[in-house]
Design a protein around this ligand. Structure first.
Ligand code: GLV
Ligand code: GLV
Length: 313
């Protein structure tokens, strides 16, 4: 059997994959151009991709023998899953193994923006910490006992909920359906109106694209913060910039953007009350190695006609 692998992955898992099937792998630091995939996919039984490779109709049609698309990510918005399924192709992903790492980062972002950690670091480095301790210097927003709003209550939402309990936060959430969790289910407007911290954890799909637009963000408290580490396009970025310019929320912490990498001169980089990280949700050594293990195992199991560990339904 033959498989195409679009990026090198940590942990030695591709070497193990190569013991069982023929592997053709892109070696570059940046993602392969689409043409590289299109030229090679015709005789491959499987493909292992990351979130930077679009697996659209064109790629799927070129994969005449393709039976499995294994993505090294929890998100699958870069794959035309419905079309793949219509062709009998199995799509697999890597949830669960990255849940805690992502929830940790989200909490880090939340605390960073609330307590002005990044701003304080920048201030010191730019030599501007030139006065002694002052009772009202760089005051932030309290995290403990505040209200956390979680948009989406999947695995990552639950992991955030667990952390929030340790901070004695009041937790409200909105998602497509009610869950059996220790948090209050509210409608979207209430979530927006009552949250001190609004954390986005929904998948990107047709229903969630630009879900947080001007009209909705406007409902947030002036003292509230938005935290997004799911997918950039869930938030209309132009609208968010306008909301920040108008001072309608207190700040934002963002790990994902409508276009990545974020352009240097993107207005988001100008706000001191915005914390930015470069799509690091799952970026720990341990998690990225576990993701490689799961992506490779998913691929091999599905190629053998067995049930993969995680299939995108
Ligand atoms: C990261 O963004 C992922 O989807 O795994
Ligand atoms: C702060 O450093 C305090 O001692 O209250």
């Amino acid at each position: 059997m033959k498989v195409l692998v679009t990026r090198r992955l940590p942990g030695g898992w591709i070497e193990r994959l190569a013991e069982e099937v023929d592997v053709e792998m892109w070696q570059g630091e940046i993602p392969p151009p689409k043409s590289w995939i299109l030229e090679r996919i015709h005789d491959k039984d499987g493909i292992l991709v990351t979130l930077t490779e679009k697996v659209d109709k064109e790629v799927i049609d070129a994969g005449k023998k393709l039976r499995v698309i294994s993505t090294y990510s929890v998100g699958f918005d870069h794959i035309d899953v419905a079309y793949a399924k219509s062709k009998g192709i199995i799509v697999t992903n890597t949830p669960e193994v990255l849940t805690d790492a992502t929830a940790d980062l989200i909490f880090g972002l939340l605390i960073s923006v609330a307590r002005r950690i990044v701003e304080g670091d920048k201030l010191i480095r730019s030599g501007l910490w030139d006065k002694p301790w002052h009772p009202e210097f760089m005051l932030g927003k309290e995290v403990h006992h505040s209200t956390l709003g979680i948009l989406g209550m999947g695995r990552i939402g639950r992991a955030i909920l667990k952390r929030a309990k340790g901070f004695d936060m009041k937790v409200i959430y909105y998602s497509r359906s009610k869950h059996d969790v220790d948090a209050t289910f509210v409608d979207l407007d209430t979530l927006l109106k009552e949250s001190d911290f609004l954390v986005v954890t929904v998948d990107l799909n047709r229903e969630t694209y630009h879900m947080l637009n001007y009209e909705r963000l406007r409902l947030m408290k002036r003292t509230a913060f938005l935290i997004n580490a799911s997918r950039g396009p869930v938030v209309n970025e132009v609208d968010l910039i306008r909301i920040l310019e108008e001072g309608k929320i207190a700040g934002a912490a963002l790990d994902v953007f409508e276009r990545e990498p974020l352009e240097r001169d993107n207005p988001l980089t100008k706000f001191p009350n915005v914390v930015l990280t470069p799509h690091l949700g799952s970026a720990t050594r341990e998690t990225r190695e576990r993701m490689a293990e799961v992506a490779v195992k998913n691929l091999l199991l599905a190629l053998k006609g067995e049930r993969p560990i995680y299939e995108v339904k």
